[in-house]
Design a protein around this ligand. Structure first.
Ligand code: AQP
Length: 328
C-alpha cells in the first residue's frame, strides 16, 4: 500500500490553480488501487504570511468543504487540519536540527516571497516553512506527494532531511517522492503566463473558485495572449498554452483536439468560450459547495475523525524519533 500526503494553505481564496493542480487530482487519485490518501489544511503554513484570524478560520472550513465538493471522500481519504495535530509543530522543531541555513536560503519560494520585504523584514517562519513541510510528510511515512512543480524543491529537501536523520539514527523515515501531473503541474497567471497562478497575487491574475460568472468571463476576456493570432500549444505561446490546458481540463478534450477545433479561429472566440465553459462548471460546483459548507457540524465531525486517524500515525512517529534522540 502506498501512502499519499498533500495539503493546501488557507492563505487566500482557492484558485483554479489549486483546483486543477491539486484538489481535482486528489479526488481522481482516490480511485487508484493500492493507495491510501491523507489530505490536510496547512494552516500552520498559512501564518508564515500575516493572516486575519476570522478569515483563517473561515477558510479552513472552506477548504474542507471544497475538498468534499470536488469529490474527496472522507471514507476513502483521511482529511485533517494541521494545527490540530501538535506532532507537526513538534517534529518541525526536531528536524530543524537536520537542515542548514544554507539549504533553506536556497529555496526559491522563500526567495520569491521574501523579496518584497527585504532581508530585515523576512520572517523566520517563512524561512523555516520547508522544514514544517518535511515534517508534514515524514510523520506519515508518505511515499508520494502530489504537488505543483513549484513544490518539488521542497519535497527534495524533505528527502535530504530524512536521509540525514536516517544516516545518523538508523532507518526512521521513508523518503518521499514528488509526483507531478504532466499538464496541470503549473497553471499560470492570467496576466503573466510566466508566473504561477497564486491566490495571494493580484485579483485579475487568478480565477477564484467562488468567483461569479460575469467576473470569470471578464477575466478570461482580459487574459493576456501571445503574438500571432493562432491557437497553438508550445513554448513560444505560453499564454495560449495555459488557456488550452485550462480548457482541456474543463472539457475533457485533449489539447490536440482543441487545437484542431480552433483552427482558423481568433483569440476573441477562444477566450469567450473558455470563460463561459469555466463559469458554467464553477457555478455548478459553487451550488454544491454552498450545501456542503452550510452543514458545519458535519464538517467538524469529518475533521475530528480525520484528526484522530492522522494523530495515531503522527504521534507514533514522534515518539520513535524522541526515543532515538534521548528526549524523555
Ligand atoms: N497555479 C498552480 N498550478 C498548479 N498547482 C498549483 N497549486 C497551487 N497553485 C497552483 C498546488 O495546490 C496545492 C496547494 O497549494 P497551497 O495553497 O498550499 O500553496 P501554493 O502552491 O503556495 O499556492 P498559492 O495559491 O500560490 O498560495 P500563496 O499565494 O498563498 O502562496 C499544492 O500542491 C500546489 O502545488
Amino acid at each position: 500500500m502506498k501512502r499519499v500526503v498533500s495539503g493546501i494553505k488557507p492563505s487566500g481564496d482557492l484558485t483554479l490553480g489549486n483546483y486543477l493542480g491539486a484538489m481535482k487530482r486528489w479526488a481522481e487519485n482516490q480511485h487508484k488501487e493500492g493507495y491510501e490518501n491523507f489530505f490536510f489544511v496547512a494552516n500552520l503554513h498559512a501564518i508564515t504570511v500575516k493572516q486575519d484570524a476570522d478569515q483563517l478560520k473561515k477558510r479552513t472550513y472552506d477548504i474542507i468543504a471544497w475538498l468534499l465538493t470536488v469529490g474527496v471522500d472522507p471514507n476513502r481519504s483521511v482529511i485533517f487540519v494541521q494545527s490540530m495535530i501538535p506532532a507537526h509543530s513538534e517534529i518541525c522543531w526536531i528536524l530543524n536540527n537536520y537542515v542548514t541555513m544554507g539549504e533553506l536560503g536556497k529555496m526559491t519560494q522563500f526567495k520569491d516571497k521574501s523579496a518584497k520585504s527585504g532581508r530585515e523584514g523576512q520572517l523566520a517562519g517563512l524561512y523555516d516553512y520547508p522544514v514544517l513541510m518535511a515534517g508534514d510528510v515524514l510523520l506519515y511515512d508518505a511515499d508520494e506527494i502530489p504537488v505543483g512543480i513549484d513544490q518539488v524543491q521542497h519535497v527534495e529537501l524533505s528527502r535530504s532531511i530524512a536521509q540525514r536523520f536516517n544516516n545518523t539514527h538508523g532507518e526512521t523515515f521513508k523518503l518521499p517522492k514528488a509526483t507531478l501531473s504532466e499538464k496541470t503541474s503549473k497553471i499560470m497567471s492570467l496576466n503573466d503566463p510566466l508566473k504561477k497562478m497564486s491566490k495571494s497575487d493580484t485579483e485579475d491574475s487568478y480565477i477564484s473558485l467562488d468567483e461569479n460568472p460575469e467576473k470569470i468571463i471578464r477575466k478570461f476576456k482580459r487574459a493576456v495572449t501571445d503574438s500571432e493570432n493562432s491557437i497553438r500549444y508550445g513554448e513560444d505561446k505560453p499564454a495560449i498554452s495555459n488557456l488550452l490546458v485550462i480548457l482541456s481540463e474543463f472539457t475533457e478534450k485533449s489539447i490536440d483536439e482543441l487545437v484542431r477545433e480552433y483552427e482558423g479561429k481568433g483569440y476573441g472566440q477562444f477566450k469567450k468560450d473558455i470563460g463561459e465553459i469555466v463559469a458554467d462548471k464553477l457555478t455548478y460546483l459553487q451550488q454544491k459547495f454552498a450545501e456542503v459548507r452550510n452543514d458545519e457540524s458535519r464538517l467538524k465531525s469529518i475533521i475530528s475523525q480525520g484528526n484522530s486517524n492522522a494523530s495515531i500515525l503522527a504521534n507514533e512517529k514522534v515518539s520513535i524519533v524522541k526515543d532515538k534522540l534521548g528526549l524523555i
